[in-house]
Structures are given as C-alpha cells and as structure tokens.
Design a protein around this ligand. Structure first.
Ligand code: FES
Length: 85
C-alpha cells in the first residue's frame, strides 16, 4: 500500500531532550493503535536547524514547533484524519 503521510521528527540532541524522546514513542504507539503503520512513514531526522523552536517535527512538510505530549495526539488526529487533504 502506498504511504500517504510522512512524519519527520527531529531527534537532534536539543529536540530529543526537549521532549521528542517521548513524542516519538507516542507517535509510534498512536500509529500502531490506529493501524496506520502502513500509511505513515515515520522518519527520524538529525538537527533540522530549528532548535530554538523545538521540539520540532513535520507532517507532510507542515511544520510543528514546541510540540508537547498533550498536543501530539490531537495533532495526529487532525493531520491524519483525511488522506490527501
Ligand atoms: S535539534 Fe532539532 S532542530 Fe536542532
């Protein structure tokens, strides 16, 4: 099946320690729980040069800054709800 989404999450040291260490786990669990593993390509990135705005990630090229653990599920619900939107 073609992957419809691409999530790129910064795992550089700044973003990792600011929260992406946990955020990446939440994303993995979310994809598994919602059977989205085959629709979403999850990529870890090195520093994406946005450290001061971290933790940083992109979903289909759309940027999300200072993402918290409480926000990430809502963001995923919204961004992954309708393929091709
Ligand atoms: S470590 Fe994430 S943008 Fe630099």
């Amino acid at each position: 099946m073609k992957q419809s989404y691409e999530i790129e999450i910064c795992l550089g040291s700044s973003c990792f320690s600011r929260g992406n260490r946990e955020v990446v786990q939440v994303i993995r669990d979310y994809l598994r729980k919602n059977h989205l593993d085959d629709k979403v390509l999850l990529k870890g990135a090195r520093c994406m040069d946005r450290c001061s705005e971290g933790p940083f990630l992109t979903i289909n090229g759309k940027t999300f800054i200072q993402t918290t653990l409480t926000e990430i599920e809502k963001i995923l619900d919204r961004e992954l709800a309708e393929p091709g939107r």
